[in-house]
Design a protein around this ligand. Structure first.
Ligand SMILES: Cc1cc2nc3c(=O)[nH]c(=O)nc-3n(C[C@H](O)[C@H](O)[C@H](O)COP(=O)(O)O)c2cc1C
Length: 368
C-alpha cells in the first residue's frame, strides 16, 4: 500500500504508545519483520519548536527506523505548521496529527479528541500543515467525542479535502476511553466516507486473525496495532504472513523471546544510559513475561533492576527457576504452557469486537 508517494513494505502499522514507542522499541520490532510503518509517541508541537530536550528525545530516530511518522499534538495553527516543518527537517517521512487523545491535558488546549468536535477549524489547521511541508500529513482519530457525536466519517472526508494522505481510526469514542468494544461498523463508515485515501483501522487487535477480521469486516487498507505489540512483538511478522499466505505462523519459542528481550533492554541502556534505561525497562519486561509461562519471580525481581548486571542476574536466576517446569529438551511441560493468544472478536456478533481484557498500562495515560 502507499501513503502519499511512499510505498510501504506492508499494510501493518505500530500505533503510538506514549512512554513505549521510543526508538528502542521501534528498532526491536522492525527487526522482527512485517511492520510497514511506525509512529513516535505524541509530541507537543510547542515543545518541539522550543527544542525542549524531552521532545527532542521523543523524535530521536536511528538506524533502520524507517519509514517513521512523528505524531504532533497541539491546536495553534501556526505552531502546528512550524512543528510539521521541523519534523520534515529532522528527516521524518510523515507527520501525524493526534486527534484521538482523550487526556484532559491535551483536550483542554483544543488538541487531541477536542479536534473532532470542530470540523472546519480542524480542516483549516490541517490544510495549513499540508501546505507547509512536502511530506505526507496524516490524522489519527477516534469515532467521535461520544456515542451521540460520531464525527469521524465527516471529519475524515473534510480532512481528505484538506489534503491528508491517510486516516487512522481507533474504533471507540473519546467517552469510551478503553472500555467497551471496538466498533467495526464505525470503522467501516469512515472507510466509506473518504474517496481515495487509505483508512487504517485500529483497536484491540492482539492476533493475526483479528487483524484479518478487521480488514475483511471494514474494508480498511491496513491495521495499526498498539497494545497487541506489547504482548507479541512478532505480531507484525505473523500477521503479514497470514495475510499473504493464509498460514498462521506459530508463536516464537522461549529462547527467541529472551534474545529479543535482551536486545530491547540493551537498546534502552544505549538510548537512555544504563541507569535510566534499566529503570525505564522495568515497565517493559513484564509484557514479555506474559508469554513465558510461570514467571512470578521474574516479574518481581525485574522491578528493581538498576543496571545491566542486575538484568542479567534476574534472567539467570529465572532460567534456573523455570527449568523445573520444563522437560529434558527445555520445553515447558504442557500444563504450564500459556494459553494461545485469544482471538478477541466474537464470531457471532459481526461488526463488534467482544472486548477481552487487554490491560492498559497503569499511569496517567490510563484513559487513552
Ligand atoms: C499506554 C498508551 C499510550 C498511548 N499513547 C498514544 C499516543 O501517544 N498517541 C496516540 O495517538 N494514541 C496513543 N494511544 C492510543 C493507541 O495508539 C491506540 O489507538 C489504542 O491503544 C488502541 O489500539 P490497541 O488496542 O491496538 O492498543 C496510547 C495507548 C496506550 C495504551
Amino acid at each position: 500500500m502507499r501513503i502519499g508517494t511512499l510505498d510501504l513494505a506492508s499494510n501493518l502499522f505500530l500505533s503510538p504508545l506514549a512512554g513505549y514507542t521510543n526508538l528502542p522499541m521501534r528498532q526491536t520490532i522492525r527487526e522482527l519483520g512485517g511492520l510497514g510503518w511506525a509512529t513516535t509517541d505524541l509530541v507537543n508541537a510547542r515543545s518541539l519548536i522550543e527544542r525542549n530536550p524531552t521532545a527532542m528525545k521523543l523524535v530521536e530516530s536511528g538506524e533502520g527506523d524507517r519509514p517513521l511518522a512523528i505524531q504532533l499534538f497541539g491546536s495553534v495553527p501556526s505552531e502546528m505548521r512550524e512543528a510539521a516543518a521541523i519534523c520534515e527537517g529532522l528527516g521524518a517521512q510523515s507527520v501525524d496529527i493526534n486527534m484521538g487523545c482523550p487526556v484532559k491535558k491535551v483536550t483542554k488546549i483544543g488538541g487531541g479528541s477536542a479536534m473532532m468536535t470542530e470540523l472546519e477549524k480542524t480542516a483549516d489547521l490541517v490544510r495549513g500543515m499540508v501546505e507547509a511541508v512536502k511530506i505526507p500529513v496524516t490524522a489519527k482519530m477516534r469515532l467521535g467525542w461520544d456515542a451521540e457525536n460520531i464525527t469521524a466519517p465527516d471529519l475524515a472526508r473534510a480532512l481528505e479535502g484538506a489534503g491528508v494522505a491517510a486516516v487512522f481510526i481507533h474504533g471507540r469514542t473519546r467517552a469510551q476511553g478503553f472500555s467497551g468494544s471496538v466498533n467495526l461498523a464505525g470503522i467501516r463508515a469512515v472507510v466509506q466516507a473518504v474517496k481515495s485515501i487509505p483508512v487504517i483501522g485500529n483497536g484491540d487487535v492482539t492476533t493475526p486473525e483479528a487483524a484479518r477480521h478487521m480488514i475483511s469486516e471494514t474494508g480498511c487498507a491496513g491495521v495499526s496495532i498498539g497494545r497487541g505489540a506489547f504482548y507479541d512483538p512478532w505480531i507484525f511478522r505473523r500477521t503479514e504472513h497470514l495475510l499473504s499466505t493464509g498460514v498462521l505462523l506459530p508463536e516464537p519459542v522461549f529462547p527467541e523471546r529472551i534474545s529479543v528481550l535482551r536486545r530491547h533492554f540493551e537498546r534502552y541502556c544505549e538510548f537512555y544510559g544504563e541507569a535510566r534505561g534499566a529503570r525505564l525497562f522495568r515497565k517493559v519486561a513484564p509484557w514479555y513475561a506474559r508469554r513465558f509461562g510461570p514467571s512470578r519471580p521474574f516479574k518481581q525481581r525485574i522491578l528493581s533492576i538498576e543496571s545491566r548486571a542486575d538484568f542479567e542476574s534476574v534472567i539467570a536466576e529465572y532460567l534456573a527457576w523455570r527449568a523445573a517446569f520444563c522437560d529434558a529438551s527445555g520445553e515447558l511441560l504442557p500444563k504450564f504452557r500459556p494459553a494461545p493468544l485469544a482471538v478477541d472478536f466474537s464470531e457471532g456478533d459481526a461488526g463488534v469486537f467482544a472486548r477481552e481484557s487487554i490491560p492498559v498500562p497503569r499511569g496517567p495515560v490510563e484513559t487513552w
